[in-house]
Design a binder for this molecule. Structure first.
Ligand SMILES: [Zn+2]
Ligand SMILES: [Zn+2]
Length: 246
């Protein structure tokens, strides 16, 4: 079936390199626009006054690449489940129809938001935080390169959403691909460090300001795509401020 001609090592290598290339293109694009090319003209939209040191960016990239090596390594177990028909994969879009194809992506996003919120709360428990999540929070003024800069255990926790989706939601391979690409893009976006005016399309959407404030203060705004759970659990703090409005 999938990757029939390739050895496990080749599959691992190709998947990992593809993850890193996708991340490099997306994070690199945002970084180049906001931190290099339009750095001066967009400075008024920068949330925190200071720009990160080159050393911070190197650390963000190093930990993100480690995360993608871990993500790439998990592909073996996922392929084993998929090839042995243990997941809810369907290959013909007509089996469930086009409407369901898009609904399944929305379901994945909602499920992931819930998974992210609660695992994020978990790794903020002080005894866990100091061993695991502290690395991600060492980037007080995050850049797009920080989006996947995790301790290896946090990387494993974060990839835990994939088996939940594979076993719970009937999915087409392209719906999963769209979801993972959207996840990557949105995670990079919330670490941008700049406000993009007009990008909040609805009240419950998590924004760059919300997540930047999480990096500054920790105990609020745990969500990824939305703030439903933050509002429900009383952890939503919407009043992150721009540097020049303090
Ligand atoms: Zn973050
Ligand atoms: Zn956190």
């Amino acid at each position: 079936m999938l990757f029939d001609e390739l050895s496990n090592i080749e599959i691992w290598f190709i998947i990992t390199i593809l993850f890193i290339i996708r991340y490099g293109i997306l994070a690199g694009m945002f970084f180049y626009i906001f931190y290099v090319w339009k750095k001066k003209s967009l400075y008024r939209f920068k949330i925190q006054s200071r720009f990160p040191l080159i050393n911070q960016i190197k650390q963000e990239i190093k930990y993100s690449i480690m995360t993608f090596i871990i993500y790439g390594s998990t592909i073996w177990i996922f392929l084993y489940w998929i090839e042995n028909n243990k997941t809810k994969l369907y290959t013909d879009i007509n089996d469930y129809g086009m409407a369901y194809f898009f609904i399944s992506i929305i379901l994945m996003v909602l499920l992931h938001d819930t998974y992210f919120y609660w695992t994020h709360r978990l790794i903020h428990y002080p005894k866990i935080f100091k061993h695991i999540h502290k690395i991600h929070h060492s980037f007080h003024s995050p850049t797009p390169w920080a989006a996947f800069a995790f301790h290896p255990i946090e990387a494993i926790i974060s990839i835990g959403i994939i088996p939940i989706i594979l076993f719970l939601i009937p999915y087409h391979q392209f719906s999963l691909l769209i979801f993972i690409s959207f996840l990557t893009l949105y995670n990079i976006f919330i670490h941008l460090g700049f406000v993009i005016p007009g990008i909040r399309y609805f009240k419950y959407q998590n924004t760059t300001m919300d997540h930047d404030y999480h990096h500054q203060r920790s105990h609020c705004n745990y969500g990824l795509y939305f703030n439903f759970w933050d509002r429900l659990m009383g952890t939503y703090y919407p009043k992150g401020r721009m540097k020049n409005k303090k």
